[in-house]
Design a protein around this ligand. Sequence first.
Ligand code: SF4
Length: 381
Amino acid sequence: MEAPFALYVHVPWCRHVCPYCDFNVYASSSVPETDDVRAYRGELDAWAARAEWSGRRPETVYLGGGTPSLLSPSAIEAVLDAARRLGLREDAEVTLEANPGTLTTERLAGYRAAGVTRLSLGAQSFQPALLRTLGRDHTADQTRAAMESVRAAGFGNVSLDLIFGVPGQSLAAWEDDLARALALAPEHVSAYALTWEEGTPFDVWRARGRLVPVDDDLESAMIDAAAEHLGVAGFRRYEISSWARAGFESRHNTRYWDGTDYLGIGPGAHSFCATPGRRRWWNLRLPHRWRDAVAARGTAVDGEELLTEAEARADFVITGLRRLAGADIVEFERRFTIAVHAAFPQLAHLERDGLVEIRATRLRLTPRGLRFADTVGALLV
Ligand code: SF4
């Protein structure tokens, strides 16, 4: 049987753009849904005819953004219909990212009927002052109401996104966010440290002194607090930023961390195919240019690169180390026909320093290594 792959659908629209965000997103009060859906379907049909994906079936779909919940249930259904023509498996995990304030029970029931099986809700914080700092356009009450609607619509697999390390955030405020998130009984929590992305308003405001990042010690304490509170509540950390109840780990993201091929459609979406040629490519970023290209030639590829052997090896190991289970060294040797220690002599030092370890067939970060994941990654490049 041909290897399965993961399908990503990028929805570039948001009601407004948050000042810390550097995704390929555009503010719009009215989404050009009909045109976008036509382009998504056209792009999927074009890829279905290409050799890379021929005979292969997506086993996960992730509708990310942006704010995919700005699309109507019938639009989501039309996109998933096209994914079914690509062979979408019956038992596929289909995740939709949603923002509080865009949801009603009726709309959510429509997504479920369309085939969405999992929701990722962008709560970010429950503190009014921090939501204002982050420039979010929803309230904590809207997050609580959204969660009620999600359950009323019958979803049993829900992830909440939280951000920590926000300027002005105290450890107590972060612990309060964790408690309020847990009170909503999600199956999965993603807790991301705020990152200061070049060119964003946040980055400019930091340079001008208007925003002051939290210090490293406080950020470390926040990670420890997340591990403690989520662990006590029965969640298992399975990736640097991801915690889940047993059986609710994100299948889509786990595939990605394990080096599985993925096809991205929509403006600016990235794709990767290990064979032939370890090829990575990306779409045109501007929505109208993406739509025009799909209408003219079926796909909207803007550029591509062929990874060198060394780049592909590093990519596989660094991405795999994001998982607490670690990178699969048997699969590494099968794929690259070289032992992992021969490919990365620096591993011996990292093991001696207690940053990584081999457990059975996995190379993984130790608890100490988890704190220095970026440094370990940089040493492996
Ligand atoms: S809602 Fe999400 S994707 Fe949209 S601008 Fe804000 S952070 Fe970015």
